[in-house]
Design a binder for this molecule. Structure first.
Ligand code: BGC
Length: 258
């Protein structure tokens, strides 16, 4: 681990995803990871208990003793996971935050994955210092969303689940996975995404839209082609680390580290 001043404010960030669980200690004042992140395959079936064992393994690997911030790809309300769109059904209504806190024996805050990414972008990335209404969408297996108003996160917006076209939810129409599954060319995919973003514009009139998720690495293929929008659209800046950093930040706030 990189040497830090004794006064450095550090929280362990963990990002739980469908295929991998990643973690690293984060300096929550700078957003920097203190060392290379560690990734462990998500166990299958990914029950709360099995995932808990991996989270514990990460804590032990870093010999971690302090607070933990942890993401999850579902609605997380008061520490309970209330949906399971792309994860094992056993998470539905699970007291996930308590389960993970108990298994690690440490103070732990659970937060939706897109909310964590949005928080991190708001403080250290593409929306740093931006006032107004910032919307972030993550285009991956599903579509995640984060709404930040004057720096304050409005959590669990779940805009990937907007009923949108042909009575389908948006993430079944234009997630990154849909592009792959249907083998959509960039032009066709961008058209779908543009329709969705126009719908978001109609409902929310954001001042800035940040696009994250795996597909945002190829932002030059689709962002410049988007039309009819009243606000700038920019790619996420923190890339793969946004979840880890945002979760650590949320926990730092919750447990008085910041
Ligand atoms: C879930 C969201 C999550 C998003 C990205 C959606 O299916 O409902 O909670 O943020 O996927 O992982």
């Amino acid at each position: 681990m990189i040497e830090q001043a004794a006064s450095a404010k550090i929280v362990l960030g963990i990002d739980i995803g469908g295929t991998g669980i990643k973690g690293a200690p984060v300096n929550v004042e700078t957003g920097e990871l203190l060392c290379e992140r560690v990734r462990i395959d998500t166990p299958q079936p990914a029950t709360p208990e099995a995932v808990g064992a991996v989270v514990k393994q990460l804590v032990e690997q870093f010999n971690w003793q302090g607070p933990i911030g942890c993401t999850f790809p579902a609605i997380v309300h008061n520490g309970v996971t209330l949906s399971a769109a792309n994860v094992d059904a056993s998470w539905l209504n699970a007291p996930a935050q308590d389960i993970l806190a108990q298994v690690t024996g440490l103070p732990l805050k659970l937060i939706n994955d897109a909310d964590a990414a949005g928080l991190a972008e708001g403080v250290f990335g593409a929306a740093k210092g931006k006032a107004g209404k910032v919307l972030m969408i993550t285009l991956g297996t599903g579509i995640g969303s984060a709404l930040i108003v004057d720096g304050k996160l409005i959590s669990n917006t779940e805009l990937g689940h907007l009923i949108f076209k042909n009575d389908e939810i948006a993430e079944k129409y234009c997630s990154g996975k849909i592009k792959d599954d249907l083998d959509l060319k960039w032009k066709e995919y961008t058209q779908r995404l543009n329709e969705y973003i126009l719908h978001l514009q109609l409902l929310l009139s954001p001042d800035l839209l940040i696009i994250g998720g795996g597909i945002s690495k190829k932002h030059d293929k689709f962002i410049p082609e988007l039309t009819g929008l009243r606000f700038p659209v920019v790619p996420a800046e923190l890339k793969n680390d946004a979840g880890i950093v945002g979760a650590a930040l949320e926990a730092a706030r919750e447990f008085g580290v910041l």
